[in-house]
Design a protein around this ligand. Structure first.
Ligand SMILES: *[C@@H]1O[C@H](CO)[C@@H](O)[C@H](O)[C@H]1NC(C)=O
Ligand SMILES: *[C@@H]1O[C@H](CO)[C@@H](O)[C@H](O)[C@H]1NC(C)=O
Ligand SMILES: [Fe+2]
Length: 458
């Protein structure tokens, strides 16, 4: 009798023990981070303009949204004046084209951005993170010399709801990293600060500064993650200025070749697989890849902007000119997919970036797209974690070798007639127009002379 009571008690204990164990296991897996399958990103949003694109972003239903800079336009643009007392354009200008706004003004612009109904709706269901670019840093094309950076760092972090006790509020610059998802299916997001420590343009100095480099080395050499997304406000792979100069120039890592090489070397030496870049700033969308940096293609998906886009700068009847120029501009790194909206595979209207990960397929598949204001893709790339792995010498690599070469030539190394064809066309057109004008003037003068002569004769 006594022994059977003991057995029952033991059994009960065992059941309770099992229950507790399963509860603990359940609690552990429940506290595990949820799997991330959809990430959206964007840049260049004018807080005073209608921001219709949030509807398409909300419909995509991202778990994470990443701001890549120019999240507001915080600086003040002076009117375009070629002549007069306050000239803002040309080598003879005497007033800067952009001036910083006051703290109160910055704050009210952030408030307007944050209260936008579309963005507010997104924030309810989506984790929002971000970094900055020049216009929210406080001044067009500014770098480390800019005086407003400490105040503006606080304002950006307020906008992003960074906790008051966050170390990010105490460091110099807004760089930061995040890890999402369960172990084995983790996504690391590294957001760079390309402004706070950046040496002057054309100095070939540093973009990140030594402290941020040390931090980045630690981040990339740290625990592995299936996917690593590096967010840079300015483009990393594309060096369009090499083919649009001397007509116009865009900020990018290419202007700091040593710094860019250091970044590629760091990724290669870290032996980290699954790394790609996302960027903004340029007011159009494009996807580029560079195959000669690490052992696998390094993609850079550029989405710009949420409201600011090159085609909006000209009246609709002239949009075809923008598209023609985009198509004519030589590029060596751009991914020319079959499914692009336009032949150039760039997109000059408002857009956002959409990353989708299919963790259940083997190998894990990824679709990265630039999408329009209605959520339809305008350019995109399908890749996998197998492709973003340092390739061993095998048949896959051999097949890819030929294709790979395509994305290895720097824009700088194009034959000059190709590299400068935009400028050549521009100056030829200008010359023809000028000749035409001279011809017309000459004709007009001679006709009026003849008339005058005839008149006198009569
Ligand atoms: C932002 O939008 C407003 C209203 O449409 C416009 O007046 C302003 O010039 C825009 N700012 C920029 C930087 O495009
Ligand atoms: C990018 O282009 C500029 C010229 O506009 C050139 O000075 C620079 O070296 C290029 N960078 C790379 C990495 O090719
Ligand atoms: Fe910018």
């Amino acid at each position: 009798m006594g022994s059977s009571v003991a057995v029952v008690a033991l059994r009960r204990l065992a059941v309770v023990g099992l229950l507790i164990t399963s509860l603990v296991i359940f609690a552990c897996s429940a506290s595990d981070e949820p799997l991330v399958t959809r990430i959206a990103f964007g840049s260049c949003a004018n807080q005073s303009a209608p921001q219709l694109i949030w509807n398409a972003i909300t419909d995509f239903d991202p778990q994470i949204f990443i701001w890549l800079g120019d999240n507001i336009y915080g600086d003040i643009r002076q009117p375009f004046k070629l002549f007069g007392k306050e000239r803002t354009i040309g080598p003879w200008k005497n007033v800067p084209r952009f001036i910083p706004a006051s703290e109160q003004e910055m704050q009210s612009r952030y408030k307007r951005a944050k209260n936008n109904p579309g963005y507010s709706r997104l924030r309810q269901s989506t984790k929002v993170i971000g970094t900055w670019d020049d216009h929210d840093y406080g001044l067009n094309d500014a770098g480390k010399e800019f005086g407003g950076k400490i105040t503006n760092q606080r304002l950006l972090l307020d906008f992003l709801d960074e906790p008051q006790d966050s170390p990010r509020r105490k460091q110099a610059g807004v760089y930061s990293s995040y890890t999402f998802g369960p172990v084995g299916r983790q996504i690391k997001v590294i957001l760079l600060d390309t402004r706070y420590h950046r040496d002057p343009l054309f100095s070939d100095g540093s973009i990140l500064g030594s402290l941020q480099w040390m931090w980045l080395e630690k981040e990339l050499n740290g625990p592995p993650s299936a996917i690593t997304i590096i967010g840079s406000s300015i483009q990393v792979i594309s060096n369009l200025s090499a083919t649009t100069g001397p007509l116009f120039s865009l900020e990018c890592w290419g202007h700091f070749p040593k710094e860019r090489d250091r970044l590629f070397r760091l990724i290669r030496d870290s032996k980290r697989d699954g790394v790609f870049f996302i960027s903004g700033d340029v007011h159009f969308g494009e996807i580029t890849r560079y195959d000669c940096a690490t052992g696998y293609p390094l993609y850079d998906i550029t989405s710009s902007g949420l409201t600011q886009a090159v085609e909006k700068a000209v009246p609709p009847p002239l949009h075809f000119i923008v598209r023609f120029v985009a198509w004519l501009t030589p590029t060596t790194m751009r991914v020319m997919g079959r499914n692009c909206r336009y032949k150039s595979c760039t997109y000059g209207e408002p857009n956002f970036g959409a990353i989708e990960i299919d963790w259940d397929s083997t190998p894990v598949a990824m679709k990265i797209e630039v999408r329009d204001v209605n959520g339809f893709p305008v350019t995109g790339v399908k890749t996998s974690l197998l492709e973003l792995q340092t390739q061993r010498i095998d048949s896959v690599a051999a097949i890819r070798a030929e294709e790979s070469q395509k994305y290895c030539t720097l824009e700088m190394n194009l034959p000059w007639i190709v590299r400068y064809r935009l400028a050549i066309l521009f100056f030829c057109t200008l010359a023809i127009l000028l000749l035409g004008l001279i011809g017309l003037t000459y004709a007009a003068i001679s006709v009026s002379r003849r008339c005058l002569h005839k008149y006198k004769f009569d």
